[in-house]
Design a protein around this ligand. Structure first.
Ligand SMILES: Cc1cc2nc3c(=O)[nH]c(=O)nc-3n(C[C@H](O)[C@H](O)[C@H](O)COP(=O)(O)OP(=O)(O)OC[C@H]3O[C@@H](n4cnc5c(N)ncnc54)[C@H](O)[C@@H]3O)c2cc1C
Length: 345
């Protein structure tokens, strides 16, 4: 394993911004991971774990420590004796969407709605990635991780991961010490289509599969087609997808807001809380769809997606996100939180 110095991080992030990593290491084995951690300890520098760089905003000043880019590879498929399910153990550096594609090629069910999400398998439990009515937690069995200080390996079973909406144990102060090396998923062999989410339902109403049942591969193709319209092309623009989380508010706060915005949609979370689709707030309550200042803007076709149209600095993006947050607060009194993690600020 080579430790490189002064490596520009913008080339490793989908936002396409950010300064240099003082030290940078690609780790392809768990042994190399331990070597990299030892290097950081010996040189008394902090560590940042990077997968595909698709959910981070790196400061122009970069990261004054060691960035460890996880490139561990390997997938192990284990069919149950009764053939009902397949447990899949996936190394954390595998590309998420390559893995999802492989599951649908094999006719397995569980991950098809999470097609076309950028990034690595190792990051999927961190924010419990989700889309089109499915979350990674629905199929994660356990997560194997190494403690970055003690080097101890630990398996976190599903309940120990404390999954929530775009949240998990791995985002807590204690959880951030763990580097995920492997994620195990349980996928079903029997048909389990989840096509009730509005965009997916409409897609199948307009593009019916005839003469046979819908396959997980059909759903994957549908999701890819839907997302192609909703997200900017990563080859052209910089983005980290949805910049903010959808806010979760109390039912009381929601009822008050409904007096001002009677059409405001919501999804029940529990007996006391609802989730508000932020795209609706940005579009209808704040009239911000397509809002742009300088090099940064909200994507015309999906206002949740913040775009670097080219040439933006990290501070400009942060400042733009701040303006959007303030406008949402002025219109609704809701404090929105970023989904994207800020590094080196
Ligand atoms: C166009 C676009 C669309 C997107 N759509 C969605 C979507 O539909 N749903 C959704 O949930 N997200 C979405 N995202 C966000 C992003 O793709 C996911 O959060 C993804 O899981 C990030 O993976 P990554 O490997 O790029 O992580 P990174 O951005 O590299 O890292 C993100 C966080 O995870 C940590 N991390 C990464 N790997 C590990 C590891 N092995 N061990 C411990 N910590 C680790 C990092 O330290 C950091 O805190 C989208 C992003 C883009 C650009």
């Amino acid at each position: 394993m080579v430790i490189e110095e002064s490596i520009p991080l913008y080339t490793f992030t989908t936002m396409k911004v950010g300064g240099n990593a003082r030290f940078f290491a690609r780790v392809r084995t768990v042994v190399e991971l331990h070597e990299a951690l030892k290097y950081a300890k010996d040189n008394a520098v902090p560590v940042f774990i990077m997968g595909g760089g698709s959910n981070i905003l790196v400061a122009s000043g970069g990261f004054n420590g060691l960035v460890i880019k996880i490139e561990l590879k390997g997938i192990d498929w284990v069919k149950s004796a009764d053939g009902i399910y397949v447990d899949v153990n996936v190394a954390s550096g595998e590309l998420w969407d390559n893995f999802v594609g492989e599951t649908t090629t094999r006719g397995l069910w569980g991950l098809e709605n999470l097609s076309a999400i950028p990034g690595t398998v190792g990051a999927s439990p961190v924010q419990n990635i989700g889309a089109y009515g499915v979350e990674a937690k629905d199929v994660i069995l356990n997560v194997t991780a190494v403690h970055c200080q003690s080097g101890e390996e630990r398996i976190f079973y599903h309940d120990e991961c404390n999954f929530g909406y775009r949240d998990s144990f791995f985002k807590t102060a204690e959880g951030k010490y763990y580097i995920i090396t492997k994620v195990s998923f349980r996928l079903q062999t029997k048909s389990l289509p989840k096509i009730d989410y509005k965009d997916v339902r409409l897609y199948f109403e307009n593009n019916q599969v005839t003469g046979r049942e819908v396959s997980s591969q059909d759903i994957r193709s549908a999701i890819i087609a839907i997302r192609r319209v909703k997200f900017p092309d990563l080859n052209t623009y910089g983005t980290a997808g949805s910049y903010f989380k959808n806010p979760i508010i109390t039912i009381g706060a929601f009822e008050t807001l409904c007096k001002k915005y009677p059409d405001m949609p919501s999804y029940v979370i529990d007996r006391e809380h609802v989730k508000i689709p932020l795209a609706w707030v940005l579009d209808v309550a704040c009239a911000l769809k397509g809002f742009r200042e300088g090099h940064v803007g909200l994507f015309e076709k999906q206002p949740l997606v913040l775009v670097n149209f080219g040439g933006a600095e990290s501070a400009e993006i942060l400042n733009f996100a701040d303006i959007v947050s303030r406008k949402v607060f002025e219109a609704t009194g809701i404090l929105i939180e970023p989904e994207v993690e800020h590094i080196g600020f």
